[in-house]
Design a protein around this ligand. Structure first.
Ligand code: 5GP
Ligand code: ZN
Length: 113
């Protein structure tokens, strides 16, 4: 756990969040600044900086599976949703603890900005 990492502190339940899913490796919680009616962040419990660090690690698959569960439980399997992992500077990653955005509930534009 990294003391000054917001997502480590959410995982440790030191700061409150609206948790919608949890398993031994993963936590999912509502984004504090949602960009769509449904906006959940899926994060590993371990402090891993970004997607680049899960190359060859089965954790990547677990995170993606958790996204599908979260979207299903939200009722968006049929209508659809988007999973995004902003990775590094050019993608605009602001929190340096790996997180997958699950975004749904409105028509989403493509390509993203
Ligand atoms: P990024 O730009 O790094 O891909 O996304 C970071 C996301 O984390 C943003 O959507 C932001 O709203 C969200 N976020 C940042 N700090 C917190 C927090 O303390 N709690 C919650 N629930 N979301 C946060
Ligand atoms: Zn962290």
């Amino acid at each position: 756990m990294i003391e000054d990492c917001a997502f480590c502190r959410i995982v440790a339940k030191q700061i409150p969040s609206d948790i919608v899913y949890e398993d031994p490796d993963v936590v999912a919680f509502a984004d504090a600044n949602p960009v769509a009616p449904f906006h959940v962040l899926v994060v590993p419990k371990a402090h891993i900086p970004n997607l680049a660090s899960v190359a060859n690690d089965p954790l990547g698959g677990k995170l993606l599976a958790a996204c599908a569960i979260v979207a299903r439980d939200g009722g968006y399997t049929e209508r659809g949703y988007r999973v995004v992992a902003n990775t590094g500077r050019d993608a605009g990653q602001t929190v340096i603890h790996l997180h997958l955005h699950v975004i749904a509930g409105r028509q989403l534009a493509w390509p993203p900005g």
